[in-house]
Ligand binder design. Sequence first.
Ligand SMILES: NC(=O)c1ccc[n+]([C@@H]2O[C@H](COP(=O)([O-])OP(=O)(O)OC[C@H]3O[C@@H](n4cnc5c(N)ncnc54)[C@H](O)[C@@H]3O)[C@@H](O)[C@H]2O)c1
Length: 256
Amino acid sequence: MSQFAGKTGLIVGIANKRSISWAIAQAAAAAGARLALTYPSERLEENVRELAATLDKPLVLPCDVASDEQIDALGAAIDAEFGGLDFVLHGAAFAPKDELNNPFVQTSREGFRVALDVSAYSLIALTRATVPLMKARGGGNVLTLTYLGSQRVFTNYNVMGVAKAALEASVRYLASDLGPDNIRVNAISAGPIKTLAAMGIKDFSSIRDVYKEKTPLRRNVELEDVAEAAMFLLGPGSRGITGEILMVDAGYHAMG
Ligand SMILES: NC(=O)c1ccc[n+]([C@@H]2O[C@H](COP(=O)([O-])OP(=O)(O)OC[C@H]3O[C@@H](n4cnc5c(N)ncnc54)[C@H](O)[C@@H]3O)[C@@H](O)[C@H]2O)c1
């Protein structure tokens, strides 16, 4: 029997077929999960609907994670259709372009607010809205996506590094709050992958070149590497793991 047969999941963060969230959605669907996918704006709705059409009975809903109203409506719509939820994948992140081009010291108050709101606070809001649905299933699983820029300086990553540090701390606090409800909260810290969000970071491809040279595995990670690690963290094999940031980066973080 498939590992996720009878399970339902919410996937937030699909922009196109290169999105890490889409790779995870495909892996979860292939393992038998029924999924709700979201789009943040009309501009991306068609992309998400086209991808969703390749899945079995998907639910496609709007959700700008900066909007509490949309998050609440999302929770209600999923409850009405699925009557509960087994897992949530949070793959939303954003920082205004200037913040990824200018020196970090020039980070604006508004740029900081937006980056932290969309990329970190949204995990808390999304988790809170879906806790009752996961409780209805006797427990659940929340997974988010982060990057080593939370701990170390990567040129041009700037305020996203601060947002990822807040995101990772939120993983630990949420794990502590929700463990008694049998809800686990974890993150994957992925190595650099060429996606829409990544292309917003100036000179991103040079980061990938460095990884290829420096990682113990002498390669970059690909979407499938992250998706398979996500299946582990969302599945029963990781039942003893929560509050964890799992490095899926070909070992880059271990190097001096
Ligand atoms: N690509 C990498 O190298 C890499 C490495 C480590 C971590 N990550 C993280 O993985 C996650 C997914 O990014 P990706 O690389 O797949 O790129 P992506 O551009 O495909 O995904 C980012 C998603 O965030 C969504 N988003 C932005 N603002 C939003 C909002 N207000 N409401 C809802 N959704 C919103 C976008 O629509 C997009 O779908 C991000 O958290 C990113 O920081 C990426």
